[in-house]
Design a protein around this ligand. Structure first.
Ligand code: GRG
Length: 297
């Protein structure tokens, strides 16, 4: 990671922390326990990779940073909701997330469920509350992109396939399909929402950006599987080795550790190739792809 990228990524993370702290309802307002749980689930944690991808996408189209902040907050709220629900006993049943007790452990299951629900609603509310594109049709398109990415043909659908895959021998294409939905869809939407906040792209450029986003979305998951195998809880901030323990198919179980690493490197090369026609405004996206593939947590 270059020093310059490190400074930029810290700036985005700091900016997001302030924006999310302001957007989330204060604990002092009733229902206090629910608001407390929402804030607990979102604030002070996470790498904020998806917000960075929103900002990276927006740089390509000269988008207003104030708009990007709102779009990035919406994406991060959805991401936080997905982690809260994923950690619950009815799904992954985990006790550690972002180095602290999971929301249902810190609060209780019903509160965690509602916190996730309310975070999802708040995310969509943001897309209605703020002007994110000069063109109302584009803003509507953004809501559609976002909804599909979150729903049964996106993250929730991928999670359903994941839950159904325990102890099953998935083929590589089946595993890929699951992850394109579960992890890839929101990552892809992050880049696209950011880009839609700015000036319109040509159809060809939009397609190239989408190709980049798809490669990075899948690479993220492949690397997540590698880290789950190689990492330790203190670095990851979550329980390591969970997938193997749960007998879930992963890239490392299907391709081996070396094979998964090679695949991540290929996806990284594809992501860079997709951006080949873009100028220096796409450099943050290039650096983000490198970061996602070479991260250690
Ligand atoms: C409950 C509808 C629903 C969906 C859950 C995304 C997801 C679907 C579950 C998360 C489980 C998981 C660990 C998936 C692997 C990839 C992933 C999303 C990792 C967590 O994202 P990071 O590394 O987390 O960006 P931070 O904490 O840095 O924000």
């Amino acid at each position: 990671m270059t020093a310059d990228f490190q400074v930029w990524s810290r700036e985005v993370a700091t900016r997001m922390e302030a924006a999310l702290a302001e957007i989330l309802p204060p604990k002092a307002i009733a229902p206090s326990r629910l608001h407390d749980a929402m804030r607990y689930s979102v604030l002070d944690g996470g790498k904020r990779v998806r917000p960075m991808l929103v900002f990276g996408g927006g740089l390509v189209t000269d988008a207003d940073p104030e708009r990007l902040k709102v779009a990035a907050a919406a994406v991060e709220l959805i991401h936080a909701y997905s982690l809260v629900h994923d950690d619950m006993p009815c799904m992954d049943d985990d006790v550690l997330r972002r180095g602290k007790p999971t929301t249902h452990v810190e609060f209780d299951e019903a509160t965690a469920l509602l916190a996730g629900d309310a975070l999802q609603s708040l995310a969509f509310q943001l897309l209605g509350d703020y002007r994110l594109s000069d063109d109302p049709a584009t803003q509507l398109r953004m809501v559609q992109i976002f909804a599909v990415a979150c729903g049964s043909r996106g993250m929730a659908g991928g999670q359903a396939i994941d839950l159904d895959s325990v102890a099953k021998a998935l083929t590589l294409p089946e595993l890929e399909y699951m992850h394109i939905l579960k992890t890839g869809a929101l990552i892809r939407a992050s880049v696209l929402l950011g880009a839609h906040c700015g000036v319109a792209l040509s159809a060809a450029d939009a397609e190239h950006l989408d190709r980049y986003a798809k490669c990075v979305g899948l690479a993220f998951q492949v690397v997540d599987d590698v880290l789950d195998e190689e990492g330790d809880a203190s670095t990851l901030g979550k329980t390591a080795g969970k997938d193997r323990e749960a007998n879930k198919p992963t890239y490392t179980s299907l391709m081996g550790l070396a094979g998964a690493k090679k695949f991540a490197a290929e996806l990284l090369a594809d992501a860079h190739a997709a951006l080949a026609g873009f100028d220096a405004r796409a450099d943050r996206l290039r650096q983000l792809a490198d970061f996602i593939v070479h991260r250690d947590r």
